[in-house]
Ligand binder design. Structure first.
Ligand SMILES: Nc1ncnc2c1ncn2[C@@H]1O[C@H](COP(=O)(O)OP(=O)(O)O)[C@@H](O)[C@H]1O
Ligand SMILES: [Mg+2]
Length: 254
């Protein structure tokens, strides 16, 4: 990957919970567009790595992060980085849809409200664009003032995606965004992400190898806090370089 094609470069990423090292020196780069899947058994460090990318660990005690994280030329861990701003540029979608007990409309514009945007026309436009991009506009456009809690889990998750898109991110982090959803809702989320792959860089943690192979362009395999290998998704699933990867994708463990 050429440097100008990269959105994010990480080098020698180590992370400790207290004195326990959970990531042992991860080197991983991400392209400006498309989906990278992080796969690996439970406890292999996927979420830990993902959360380091937008400094979510800053909110926890006793976590130490080292290594370099360069996002569009900037050092993510520079003391001058505004983490609120950072988390708009690197947005995060969690496993559980997490709407606030407000209207659908207000859920989508939450980030903009925090930034002080008040112009109703601007807000209306962002709500429509974000809900369209998250493939849920048609389902909710006639009742934007209903509580987001009245929606199904799958719809709530798409509203969560719309909320993240509303802050104009460059990179989306998704930590098992479909694992709390039924198969139809999961399919809708996968379609949504595939519709966004030409516009955004996305990193998705998934324990579903079939999901990784369906939707991702690149796949990184984590094991016990190490990155075993990263490559084009087809290569990882058809002809992985490492025996550990072969064992994992053929279901021998994890
Ligand atoms: N908040 C935490 N405090 C202490 N240890 C943690 C914490 N979160 C995760 N871990 C440990 O770090 C390792 C990696 O966990 P995690 O990143 O959640 O794995 P994955 O997302 O691949 O399932 C595991 O050994 C886990 O027990
Ligand atoms: Mg996890």
């Amino acid at each position: 990957m050429n440097n100008q094609d990269k959105i994010l470069t990480t080098r020698d990423v180590r992370l400790w919970y207290g004195d326990k090292e959970a990531l042992h020196g991860i080197d991983l780069d991400f392209p400006k567009k498309g989906i990278t899947a992080l796969i690996g058994p439970s406890g292999s460090g996927k979420s830990t790595y993902l959360r380091a990318l937008n400094r979510m660990h800053d909110l926890e005690e006793n976590v130490t992060v080292t290594g370099s994280f360069t996002f569009l030329g900037e050092d993510i861990y520079a003391p001058t980085t505004d983490t609120v701003d950072l988390r708009k540029k690197i947005g995060m979608v969690f496993q559980q849809p997490n709407p606030f007990p407000f209207s659908i409309y207000d859920n989508v514009i939450l980030g903009l409200r925090f930034s002080g945007v008040k112009d109703r026309k601007v807000l209306d436009r962002v709500v429509e664009e974000s809900l369209k991009a998250a493939s849920i506009w048609e389902e909710v456009k006639d009742h934007l003032n209903d509580s987001a809690l009245s929606l199904s889990g799958g719809q709530q998750q798409r509203v969560s995606i719309a909320r993240v898109l509303a802050t104009s991110p460059d990179l989306l982090l998704l930590d098992e965004p479909t694992s709390a959803l039924d198969p139809v809702s999961s399919h809708n989320i996968e379609e949504t992400l595939m519709n966004l792959r030409d516009q955004y860089a996305m990193i998705i943690v998934t324990h579903s190898m079939s999901q990784a192979s369906r939707i991702s362009d690149r796949t990184a395999f984590f094991l016990s806090g190490d990155l075993v290998e990263v490559d084009d998704t087809r290569k990882i699933f058809l002809d992985p370089a490492k025996k550990e990867t072969q064992d994992y994708i053929s279901g021998r463990f994890g």
